[in-house]
Design a protein around this ligand. Structure first.
Ligand code: ZN
Ligand code: MN
Length: 458
């Protein structure tokens, strides 16, 4: 898998242009350097080098002392210089790994390069008036290229790897890694082989993948396609294939016959880089706790199930929220449940104090789970504390015995069969009666109500 990730920097890779934001007018973030004018000279962006080294360290890579940039030559209208400054034989880092469900996915290298511009094809078919536009705002934007060894065995694993990579890069602050913004682009190389065979088959490379879901779908599609090609007696052609999200299929873009000879050679306008080992150590020491380590600590320190810890540690903000809410006095397990069940899926992120408050209201039986869901939404929207909201709405649960007693008696009267069944020894009839009770009185405190019911049933 090849993954291109945009490191978090203010300026471009080799010039002082600001990294372009969504909505910038076309060709407004350009200068003579990123436009590739003759006579201009690139300068290496130190923040991009630092981000790449941090990513490499978090991926357990070796950082060689010497590294250099190379020219990768090819002609395309989105590439103003006619070459991309990249790294060839002496990358910034190599031989790392990412731990995935206790298994190591080897990382061959993490290197730095620059992005290209963007082509926009427009026009109308009827009049055959086709026009192509070039926007070079993105040209020269820093990119880290992260290349794995062929250690991923399925679409699931490939997606999990990409997600884990995103989590890791966000955690260490090397990239925002938002796929929708094109800050993380995954290009899987797919090959299949017969069960038991060691030899990898001919591979195809997939492009135009814009989400983790698309990554998963594209790989599944390609595996089936290659299988069908081989089973019908054909051969898989080594090529680059595009993924069409709308059609749900891959299509041939470039085949090997036309594969470019990139004529790599050392970039003569940039000096080789000598990476100071003291700087590398500084960066290593400044790394925060990585997701894998945090997951283990969440399990051992808070006693939450490992499946919960995986989900929570995968998002630094959620993990911080979890620990802060527990520190604010709420029990760890229900806090984890609320984060996974409500906060993460709805995107309604409360403050840690408010989450702790909410969880305490539920665990003490003051409000029901259903009520708590409403309170959470309202708390996030208004910024008020769950306790205040509960007090104002009179949301408190029906815990008063005499009030509940009336409801319980009414339910027993309306369901004589179930009462008879229960008394005749069919204890499961209690569940049906409880259900009827909740329908009548949704605010009922479940525990007190079922105790009452049992008492009256004798
Ligand atoms: Zn520029
Ligand atoms: Mn690349």
């Amino acid at each position: 898998m090849e993954v291109h990730v945009q490191p978090t920097t203010r300026s471009k890779m080799f010039c002082g242009c600001a990294v372009s934001q969504l909505g910038d007018p076309p060709n407004s973030r350009v200068c003579e350097i990123c436009l590739g004018m003759p006579g201009t000279l690139p300068v290496i962006n130190k923040a991009a080098v630092a981000a790449c080294l941090k990513a490499a360290l978090a991926l357990n890579c070796e950082i060689p002392r010497h590294t250099k940039f190379d020219r990768k030559n090819y002609m395309y209208p989105d590439l103003p210089k006619g070459y991309q400054i990249s790294q060839y034989d002496l990358p910034m880092s190599k031989n790392g790994f990412l731990e995935l469900d206790g298994r190591r996915v080897r990382v061959r290298r993490v290197h730095l390069e620059e992005d290209t511009g963007k082509l926009i094809h427009a026009g109308d078919k009827l009049h055959k008036a086709w026009v192509s536009f070039v926007d070079l705002n993105r040209a020269g934007t820093p990119l880290m290229e992260i290349v794995s060894e062929p250690d991923l065995r399925s679409a699931d694993e490939a997606r999990d790897y990409a997600v884990a990579l995103r989590t890791l890069l966000r955690t260490i602050g090397a990239s925002e890694a938002e796929m929708e913004k094109g800050q993380l682009r995954a290009e899987p190389n797919i090959s299949i082989r017969r069960a038991g065979s060691e030899e990898l088959g001919v591979k195809t490379e997939l492009k135009n993948i814009n989400s983790f879901r698309a990554l998963h779908r594209a790989i599944l599609y390609e595996v089936v396609r290659q299988t069908e090609v081989l089973e019908s007696g054909g051969t898989v052609v080594q090529e680059t294939r595009g993924w069409s999200e709308a059609e749900g299929r891959t299509f041939s873009q470039r085949s090997k016959e036309f594969a470019e000879d990139y004529r790599y050679f050392p970039e003569p306008d940039l000096p080789p880089l000598e990476i100071d080992p003291a700087w590398v150590e500084e960066l290593r020491e400044a790394l925060p706790e990585l997701p894998g380590a945090r997951r283990s600590r969440l399990i051992s320190e808070y006693g939450i199930p490992s499946a919960d810890a995986v989900l929570i540690a995968a998002d630094r903000d959620l993990a911080d929220l979890f620990e802060a809410a527990v520190a604010a006095g709420a029990d760890a397990k229900p806090v984890a449940n609320w984060i996974i069940g409500e906060v993460a899926p709805t995107g309604k992120i409360p403050t840690s104090e408010h989450l702790a408050d909410l969880v305490k209201l539920v665990t003490s039986g003051s409000i029901t789970r259903d009520q708590a869901q409403e309170v959470l939404v309202e708390s996030v929207e208004s910024g008020r504390s769950p306790s205040d909201i509960v007090a104002e709405h009179g949301f408190a649960q029906l815990s008063d015995e005499s009030a509940l007693m009336a409801e319980v008696e009414a339910v027993m009267e309306a369901n004589p069969r179930a009462v008879e069944d229960y008394r005749a020894g069919k204890k499961q009839a209690l569940g049906a009666l409880m259900e009827e009770l909740i329908k009548r009185a949704p605010q009922a405190n479940r525990k007190i109500a079922s105790d009452l019911l049992r008492r009256l049933l004798g």
